[in-house]
Design a protein around this ligand. Structure first.
Ligand SMILES: Cc1cc2nc3c(=O)[nH]c(=O)nc-3n(C[C@H](O)[C@H](O)[C@H](O)COP(=O)(O)O)c2cc1C
Length: 477
């Protein structure tokens, strides 16, 4: 990745990008116009000619890392868990959500001395649930998952907003992998991606982003990599119409090092069935209100004392507004859950539902939630709609934080999906919101705080298109 080394120029690029990629009541951020369905890039990159290893997805008990347990971990975090069938169209539903279902995140496994895996660098194909051996190599003992992004997949449909969506998706993927690993009893640590480009040798249009060590410590040492198979193209050039995408990516390149993981609650061991049952609600029903206890537990998943910690090397910096619509015994209105430094300083009273939660006002906010979420019904129909925001000061001090704060918002989104699923409720990320209007509605000064993500939770209406099994036999694996 090209990096912008002048901090003033980097900050200018971030501010320019953020402004240019805002949706406004008067018009959406620049995009490609009518969607070119024939030009859609493949959702999974493939490496023809590489050795392929099918993985097992079925129940494998927690245990040491090996091909069997890794297969289970990847199935629970990034794998296909169901199918949506509409007419002739069948689409996989994965354990991780994605903006527009475009899946800009690719996962590469680095294995050294892992039972059942050749030492080297593998690529995970979620649709086939298998690994492609990209390079045999001498690897120091351990297991790592490296994440890279193909921003062109998002730019193809969403134009200039692609950087934001891609980074939110990465945050979701980090959360999904942390959960999948926790389900297998494995600790995770997030490592700075220094040297990741040399290590992964990504194909065109793909950017190395994140390195997670799974149950091991430190970065992998790799020697004598013997690459095989060639990366299929995935629509390089799709970001070109928006030079701001290249500029913001360069301005927010991760620094070579970051701090140790912050102390925190760690990742509680999730129930595999909750990881498998995660999906986005397309509609909600508001006939029955959601119990207050459910809301309290869902919001508690965001509370700073339950911050990821353990593996996440950044202090909490994303704060949550909750527009509460229909929750038993809780007055509709606006609440704020501050999550550490830089929280908006707004007058309110303690809301007894959860320690730390502040009631800002009462009132029916359904119309506002819909309007601010680009007119989407899911923001109004359910029990609540969240708006995740961050202070801009950390970005002014270090522009790369713009990327990192989107990861944090995505990570919180993944927590919300799982907390809602565990309560038997539905949820959906909402990347389409009116930036300035939402900030003004929440009482924020847009120069001091930025809105990063919206999120809806409620009782999901059953989706008749959902199937547990693929309609056809799986591909050529
Ligand atoms: C960052 C992000 C933004 C999203 N934005 C929206 C949105 O604005 N509206 C919506 O209906 N769904 C949104 N979704 C949900 C996706 O459409 C959904 O994850 C995708 O279609 C895959 O379906 P699944 O989550 O059921 O697996 C978003 C998801 C993510 C991760």
């Amino acid at each position: 990745m090209m990096t912008e080394t002048d901090p003033t120029a980097a900050l200018d690029a971030v501010l320019r990008y953020h402004e240019a990629s805002k949706h406004r009541a008067g018009g959406f951020a620049p995009g490609p116009g009518p969607v070119d369905w024939d030009g859609q890039p493949a959702a999974v990159r493939r490496y023809p000619g590489s050795y392929r290893l099918p993985l097992v997805a079925s129940r494998v008990p927690p245990g040491p890392a090996g091909a069997m347990t890794l297969g289970r971990m990847l199935a629970l975090s990034l794998g296909v868990t169901a199918w949506k069938v509409e007419g002739d169209d069948a689409r996989p539903v994965r354990a991780v959500p994605s903006s527009g279902g475009l899946y800009p995140v690719e996962a590469h496994v680095i294995a050294g001395g892992v039972l059942g895996l050749t030492d080297g660098i593998w690529h995970y194909d979620p649709e086939a649930h298998g690994l492609e051996l990209r390079a045999e190599a001498e690897v120091s003992p351990g297991l790592w998952v490296a994440l890279s992004s193909v921003m062109g997949r998002e730019a193809w449909k969403y134009g200039i907003r692609a950087f934001r969506y891609t980074q939110l998706d990465l945050g979701h993927a980090i959360g999904a992998l942390a959960n999948g690993a926790a389900a297998m009893g494995w600790p995770v640590a997030m490592l700075p991606p220094e040297g990741l480009g040399d290590l992964l040798q990504p194909g065109d249009g793909e950017t190395p982003e994140i390195l997670l060590s799974i149950g091991s410590s430190g970065a992998p040492a790799i020697r004598n990599a013997r690459w095989q198979g060639g990366a299929e193209p995935v629509g390089a050039g799709l970001c070109d119409p928006w030079p701001e995408l290249r500029e913001v990516a360069a301005a927010t390149a991760a620094p070579p090092g970051w701090g140790d993981p912050v102390p925190g609650a760690g990742v509680p061991r999730p129930k595999p069935q909750h990881l498998q049952a995660r999906r986005s609600a397309r509609r909600f029903t508001a006939k029955e209100p959601v119990p207050a206890g459910s809301l309290a537990r869902i919001l508690a998943a965001l509370a700073p004392q339950n911050a990821p910690g353990g593996f996440w090397p950044f202090a909490p910096a994303v704060h949550a507004f909750a527009m509460i619509h229909k929750v038993e015994g809780v007055a509709p209105g606006l609440c704020l859950l501050p999550r550490g430094r830089g929280a908006p300083d707004l007058p309110g009273t303690a809301e007894p539902l959860l320690p730390g939660l502040v009631r800002l006002r009462e009132g029916d906010l359904r119309r506002d939630a819909r309007r601010l979420s680009c007119g989407q019904g899911i923001a109004a129909e359910g029990a609540l709609c969240l708006s995740l925001v961050a202070e801009t000061a950390p970005i002014a001090a270090d522009p790369w934080r713009y990327r990192q704060l989107h990861w944090e918002a995505g990570l919180l989104g993944q927590r919300l999906y799982h907390a809602a699923t565990a309560e038997g409720l539905g949820a959906s990320g909402i990347g389409c919101f009116l930036d300035g209007e939402a900030a003004a509605f929440l009482g924020l000064d847009p120069a001091r705080h930025a809105v990063l993500y919206h999120f809806a939770i409620g009782r999901a209406r059953p989706d008749p298109a959902l199937r547990d099994r693929p309609p056809d036999p799986p591909s050529d694996w």
